[in-house]
Design a protein around this ligand. Structure first.
Ligand code: HEC
Length: 149
């Protein structure tokens, strides 16, 4: 009998403490989600630094991925194409990505942001499909064949 009471007591305190634990977990999850949302809002694409050194390996990997994922629209030589998106008629033409003209931002960070998030509705977001490193490789490749200084 004594044992039973002790067991009940244990259970009771377990329920109480797990209730508290649950509350704490919920509290921290909520808290960190708000923090995450805030930090997403605070991202300034121009301030994102390219963390991948432009090694031969990176440039080569970027060239391969570019020819697979981007060349159909932007051209194999990345100089853009006359192709018009079917979404709007006439839609914007896929621009040259190696000259000095950028409509959405010219820094590595801005290009990374645009490629990751896409340009709705004309260009998919590639942040879901490719790893960040792969996108930086593409940027290193584009820089390596850039015609602007
Ligand atoms: C379905 C065709 C299509 C594909 C595939 C595509 N793009 Fe684009 N991209 C476009 C179009 C169209 C625009 C111009 C959108 C606009 O002007 O509103 C654009 C714009 C861009 C821009 C912004 C250029 C600027 O002037 O600021 C970048 C950077 C870019 N694309 C990179 C890429 C990369 C890298 C890939 C491959 C991972 C890719 N795109 C794949 C159609 C495409």
């Amino acid at each position: 009998m004594l044992k039973k009471i002790a067991w009940h007591k244990d259970l009771n305190s377990l329920v109480k403490s797990s209730g508290l634990l649950g509350f704490l977990v919920a509290f921290f999850v909520l808290q960190s989600e708000t923090l995450l949302a805030q930090s997403m809002d605070n991202i300034v694409p121009a301030n994102i630094q390219n963390p991948v050194p432009a090694t031969q390996e990176s440039v080569r990997a970027g060239a391969q991925l570019f020819s697979r994922a981007c060349a159909t629209c932007h051209g194999l030589d990345a100089r853009g194409s006359e192709f018009e998106t079917e979404i709007a008629d006439p839609g914007p033409k896929p621009p040259n990505l190696i000259d000095a003209q950028w409509d959405y931002g010219s820094t590595d960070g801005e290009i990374f942001w645009n490629v990751s998030n896409g340009i709705y509705p004309y260009m998919d977001k590639y942040g879901d499909t490719y790893q960040e490193k792969q996108i930086w490789n593409i940027i290193n490749y584009l820089r390596s064949i850039s015609t602007s200084d």
